[in-house]
Design a protein around this ligand. Structure first.
Ligand code: ADP
Ligand code: MG
Length: 300
């Protein structure tokens, strides 16, 4: 798979503060990546460095196969990293025509891009009449004018109402389905889970996890059990090949699964060995619990 961006041990220091700390990851063509982390974790700084608007302190990165300079490579990148800035008294299409002129691209893409973001019917409305969500959508259309290989968005739904958030997420999915690679920064787990195929989780500039979003949630869950004879119960659980770590907390045993197994299978396994349970529940950590554990200060 073609590589779009390679980041290697990238670091940014502001005086004594390390905003981005030895960060490495790669972005492959066709995927939707989320950089996920709490506010102040270094997401915008990371995007700023790869877009050449923030100077790196150390480490390096290169776009595509690395044969072009960053300046040249960035012509194939569309990015929205600040609040959309357009002329209030000009219409949507007039604003985009100006962007085409600045970027040196043909104006014949304007309608196509307005269509993608659902603003074609509003092309002749002045920018100042737009809602925040429409302004953000116009910014996305603007970033798409040069048919970029990758679209970069920093907190694309910040400040929007639920309907505006939904529209932006639908548009991101649509753009991704058309083959454009996407990198978005967000502090919202829910957003990354809904929109992204891959995630890089950072806290205080340090990478905590990177991989597929669905694999992040690949834990098989755990059982909670109670019985009168806890010693025997623990022994039997230890014999079961699918069960890993077992912990006892007062009268509750927790048994972590190393491979998939249902409560009915475990129950019959124990019953066949003369064990009668007084309590059996299967649980699974949600992605949210895993994310909170990963980013929790005390967990590290
Ligand atoms: P995020 O986008 O994840 O919210 P940022 O990349 O904006 O985080 O910021 C990461 C850290 O770097 C924060 O502690 C922030 O205060 C600090 N920071 C960002 N920009 C500057 C700057 N220009 N000068 C000093 N510190 C900065
Ligand atoms: Mg930010």
């Amino acid at each position: 798979m073609e590589t779009i961006l390679t980041i290697n041990q990238l670091t940014k220091k502001y005086g004594s503060l390390t905003a981005v700390n030895n960060l490495s990851f790669t972005i492959k063509k066709g995927n939707v990546y989320g950089i996920l982390g709490p506010n102040g974790s270094g997401k915008s700084t990371t995007l700023g460095m790869v877009l050449n608007v923030v100077n790196k302190t150390s480490g390096d990165f290169h776009w595509f196969d690395g044969s072009d300079s960053t300046h040249t490579a960035l012509k194939k990148v569309g990015a929205i990293i600040e609040h959309p800035n357009f002329y209030p008294y000009m219409t949507a299409s007039q604003n985009l025509a100006l962007v085409c002129k600045i970027k040196g691209v043909s104006k014949n893409k304007i309608d196509e891009k307005l269509e993608i973001v659902g603003l074609l019917e509003r092309k002749d409305s002045k920018f100042k009449t737009f809602s925040l969500g429409m302004k953000q959508r116009l910014a996305i259309a603007s970033a798409l004018l040069n048919d970029p290989e990758i679209l970069i968005l920093d907190e694309p739904t910040n400040g929007l109402d639920p309907q505006g958030i939904h529209q932006i997420r639908e548009i991101i999915r649509k753009i991704a389905s058309m083959g454009t690679t996407i990198l978005l920064a967000s502090h919202l787990l829910d957003e990354v889970e809904k929109v992204c195929s891959h995630v890089v989780i950072i806290r205080k500039g340090i990478k905590l996890y990177s991989g597929r979003v669905d694999e992040m949630n690949a834990s098989h869950g755990f059982f909670e059990l109670k019985a009168n004879d806890l010693v025997k119960l623990q022994q039997l659980l230890e014999e079961h090949p699918s069960i890993g770590k077992i912990t006892l907390n007062e009268d509750l045993l927790t048994a972590i699964l190393e491979e998939p197994m249902g409560a009915d299978d475990l129950n019959s396994f124990l019953h066949q060995r003369g064990m009668v349970l007084s309590y059996l529940v299967k649980r699974k950590e949600s992605l949210e619990e895993q994310f909170l554990q990963l980013t929790n200060e005390t967990a590290l």
